[in-house]
Write a protein that binds this ligand. Structure first.
Ligand SMILES: [Ca+2]
Ligand SMILES: [Ca+2]
Ligand SMILES: [Ca+2]
Ligand SMILES: [Ca+2]
Length: 139
């Protein structure tokens, strides 16, 4: 079910970047106060970390909602997150949501507002996947 939600978002992303980021923002902003805080990113992560060991395996990731994931396949999205945390080891550790938060919080006020999210989400994803992308780059 949750995977279907993700695929739905992917379809939206391909047709319209702006509405994709708006939807994504709403998914991450669980208390719906109009800003994303680090705790909300971490909460999204902990939700998917089913056995709560602070490491997300591919199985946990694939089964979860992983709001905030780039519009890629589950394998590629997993690889992407795995490469921005401390170590690329086929597990996503708990630094990942924090790293991602601070990359998007460009004015460093510990909040991500919808405008910041819209402005930074896709550029951050693109620049990170370039930085970490190996041979799987798409033209
Ligand atoms: Ca919020
Ligand atoms: Ca786990
Ligand atoms: Ca890792
Ligand atoms: Ca901010």
């Amino acid at each position: 079910m949750l995977v279907i939600v993700f695929l739905g978002l992917l379809a939206v992303a391909l047709s319209d970047d702006a509405s994709f980021t708006t939807q994504l923002f709403k998914l991450i902003d669980v208390d719906q106060d109009g800003v994303i805080r680090p705790s909300e990113m971490i909460a999204g992560y902990s939700n998917d970390d089913l056995n709560k060991d602070g490491l997300m395996t591919y199985e946990e990731f694939a089964a979860g909602a992983h709001p905030g994931s780039p519009p890629l396949s589950v394998e590629e999205a997993f690889d992407f997150w795995d490469s921005i945390d401390i170590e690329k080891n086929n597990e996503i550790d708990s630094t990942c949501p924090v790293v991602f938060f601070y990359l998007m919080d460009t004015n460093k006020d510990d909040e991500i507002k919808p405008e910041e999210f819209k402005e930074n989400y896709l550029p951050v994803i693109y620049s990170l996947s370039k930085e970490h992308g190996d041979s799987k780059e798409k033209a």
